[in-house]
Design a protein around this ligand. Structure first.
Ligand SMILES: [Mg+2]
Ligand SMILES: [Zn+2]
Length: 245
C-alpha cells in the first residue's frame, strides 16, 4: 500500500513537519557483536555469576540487582580489563552509520544496560567515544575490584533495569522529535513501546511482532544505514505495516 508522504503518519505526526528524528541505539549485541558484560564476567568473575544470571532469567531479580551482584565478583586489574576490552569487535559498519547520523543532524545516543566504561573504551578505538552514552557506571571499589552505580535507574521500572530505557526514551523524545530505537534484546523491550519506530533483530524482533509495535527488521548497521537513509528521505518506502496498515 502506497501512501503519499504528506498524509502518512506515525502516531499522528505527519512526515512533512517531523523530519527531526533522534536515534537511540543499544550496545551489547547491536553495536558490539557480543555481550560485553557477559564476556567480562566469563573471563574475570567466579562462576557464581551464572547462578545470579539464572535468577535474572527466571524473573526472580531485575537486571539492576543482577548486575550489581555480578560486577562485585570481578577480580581484574584495570590493565587486564582494558586488554580484554581492546579485543572486542563492533559491527564494522557502525562508524559509517554514526558518521551518517552526524551528517544528517540526527542525534545518536547509545543507551545501554551495560557498562559505561567498557562502551567508551571500545568506541574510543573508532574515535566514537564522544557519542552520548547512557549506561550503568562502573566504579573502582578497591584493588582489582569494581562496583556498579545506576545513574539512569528508575524506581518504577517494570523490569527493575539498571538503565531504564523506557524512561530515557520518554525523556529524550519529549517535545517534537521522532525517535528510532535500534536494538536486539530484552533490555530494549520496554523502550520499544515508547518510541515511534524500532529497527529490531533477534529477541526484540519477536517482541515487536507480538506487541504490534511499528518496526522494521534489520540485520546489521550496514542494513540499518540504508534503512535510516530511506526513513529520512522516503519513509513510506519502508513499508512499516504496523504503522501504515
Ligand atoms: Mg542488546
Ligand atoms: Zn524501565
Amino acid at each position: 500500500m502506497t501512501i503519499a508522504r504528506d498524509t502518512s503518519i506515525i502516531k499522528g505526526v505527519s512526515w512533512g513537519q517531523s523530519m527531526n528524528w533522534r536515534v537511540l541505539s543499544d550496545f551489547d549485541g547491536t553495536i558490539a557483536l557480543e555481550d560485553v558484560t557477559d564476556s567480562i564476567l566469563e573471563r574475570f568473575a567466579s562462576d557464581d555469576w551464572q547462578d545470579i544470571e539464572t535468577d535474572w532469567k527466571n524473573g526472580l531479580i531485575g537486571s539492576r540487582e543482577c548486575m550489581a551482584r555480578q560486577i562485585a565478583l570481578i577480580r581484574a586489574s584495570r590493565k587486564d580489563l582494558d586488554d580484554h576490552l581492546d579485543q572486542i569487535a563492533i559491527d564494522p559498519a557502525f562508524p559509517a552509520f554514526a558518521a551518517f547520523c552526524r551528517t544528517m543532524d540526527v542525534p545518536l545516543t547509545v543507551v545501554s544496560d551495560g557498562l559505561d566504561y567498557a562502551i567508551r573504551r571500545i568506541l574510543g578505538r573508532y574515535g566514537l567515544d564522544d557519542l552520548p552514552i547512557l549506561a550503568n557506571r562502573l566504579e573502582v571499589a578497591g584493588p582489582a575490584r569494581y562496583r556498579l552505580s545506576f545513574p539512569h535507574a528508575n524506581g518504577a521500572c517494570a523490569k527493575a533495569s539498571g538503565t531504564c530505557k523506557c524512561k530515557i526514551a520518554e525523556e529524550l523524545t519529549a517535545g517534537r522529535a521522532l525517535s528510532l530505537l535500534i536494538g536486539d534484546g530484552t533490555s530494549d523491550m520496554c523502550a520499544a513501546g515508547s518510541v515511534d519506530l524500532v529497527f529490531a533483530k533477534d529477541k526484540l524482533l519477536g517482541h515487536c511482532r507480538d506487541q504490534g509495535l511499528p518496526f522494521v527488521a534489520f540485520d546489521d548497521f550496514n542494513h540499518a544505514h540504508g534503512l535510516l537513509a530511506t526513513l529520512l528521505d522516503e519513509p513510506a518506502r519502508l513499508g512499516v505495516t504496523a504503522v501504515f496498515g
